[in-house]
Write a protein that binds this ligand. Structure first.
Ligand code: GN1
Ligand code: MG
Length: 361
């Protein structure tokens, strides 16, 4: 069913429906996003319907963002942190029929890209995520709640994968047999995570948890980073989440959507650019254990995303929207190949990390 924001929603945010152009916006999988443009002056807003099957307590998102915004305003005045535009009643979320809507400003002069197409973009984006983490590194994490509990808990994702294998329809299981075996062969990644997660030197930080390049606003002319966006999963987590998702999504010339896996390669210059950008901002604050896991970050995120896609395929495509029957299968296969390509280059990539760490010290 096509979802469109109705007049009541637009009016709740103080907008006159007749005076607006409304269109679909962005390429996220989870929420429904619209760009609103006022006909009279061309000013723009981003309106989102939060997916409550995924974000079971939308109020947690709003509370986490508010705490982070207050802290940043006090400690780093002038830093651009996108916060919701309240409704005419002063609320961050408009709730109607168990639908949660929120509006944020559209930052004039910004663009997003779905794929990094030069190393500078990777550097700029990584710098923005590094800066966010570094500016928030002194914040008290106790009042923060998980907007999605166990979101990047690989132990539980792995358990969900095993359960999906047990419960899958026979035809899907048969079709995916080889792919399942391949992913099971890399289960040491889940074991390493399991060991790391209780290490006191492997700390919690306030992480973004969705550091795809299209979650960074870039200047439309210079492609310099402006700020990060899509803050739904801003919550306590590990450094490997944010760093790893950048490796997963900036280093390869094609995205997880590409079924032709011959196009999957590791672009070392992009790997170096993102490491450099990230570590320039946050390198100085990392513990020894965290620094030792920088290569692992990419493995961790690619593996987790791969088994999430495969789990969804085995479960009958209940989480990620698909455009064709084997879509989640192809996405999982894509991630498996990316994981292999990354591991093949481990020595070269670790040398790059060592170089970047040295510079950031
Ligand atoms: C989802 O909504 P979107 O596309 O930004 C997912 C991420 C995955 C990503 C894969 C809440 O993000 O974890 O990395 O798809 N978000 C959620 O494209 O599950
Ligand atoms: Mg998103």
């Amino acid at each position: 069913m096509e979802i469109t924001p109705n007049n009541l929603i637009l009016q709740a945010f103080g907008l006159e429906p007749e005076g607006l152009n409304v269109r679909r916006f962005g390429s996220g999988h989870i929420n429904n996003t619209f760009l609103l443009e006022k006909k009279e002056d061309g000013s723009k807003y981003v309106l989102q319907k939060i997916n409550v099957n995924v974000f079971k307590e939308p109020g947690v998102i709003a509370a986490n963002q508010r705490m982070a915004a207050d802290y940043l305003a006090a400690h780093h005045p002038g830093y651009l942190f996108i916060t919701p535009i309240p409704t005419v009643n002063g609320e961050e979320l408009f709730v109607m029929d168990n639908e949660y809507w929120r509006m944020i400003p559209f930052i004039a002069g910004s663009v997003t890209v779905d794929q990094a197409d030069n190393p500078k973009q990777a550097y700029e984006a990584a710098k923005q995520f590094g800066r966010l983490a570094s500016y928030l590194s002194g914040i008290d994490l106790k009042p923060f709640k998980a907007s999605i509990p166990n979101f990047h808990n690989l132990t539980l994702r792995y358990a969900a994968f095993q359960e999906a294998i047990r419960n899958a329809r026979e035809d899907r299981k048969a079709a995916a047999e080889e792919l399942i075996d391949e992913f099971l062969r890399y289960s040491d990644i889940a074991v390493t995570y399991e060991q790391l997660k209780t290490n006191p030197e492997f700390r919690d930080h306030l992480m973004h948890h969705d550091t795809k390049i299209n979650n960074v606003l870039l200047n439309k002319d210079t492609y310099e980073g402006i700020c990060v966006c899509d803050l739904d999963t801003l919550m306590p987590g590990k450094i490997i989440s944010d760093l790893g998702d950048m490796v997963r999504t900036y280093v390869c010339p094609v995205s997880e959507e590409e079924p032709d896996v011959s196009q999957i390669v590791i672009r070392e210059a992009y790997f170096e650019a993102l490491m450099q950008g990230y570590l320039e901002e946050i390198g100085g604050t990392l513990t020894k254990v965290e620094k030792e896991q920088l290569f692992f970050a990419g493995k961790f995120m690619i593996y987790m995303q791969g088994i999430r896609f495969l789990t969804d395929y085995l479960n009958g495509d209940v989480y990620y929207p698909i455009r064709y029957a084997r879509h989640n299968f192809d996405r999982a296969h894509n991630q498996l190949i990316l994981l292999k390509r990354l591991i093949e280059k481990q020595d070269t990539l670790q040398a790059i990390i060592n170089k970047c760490l040295h510079v950031s010290e």
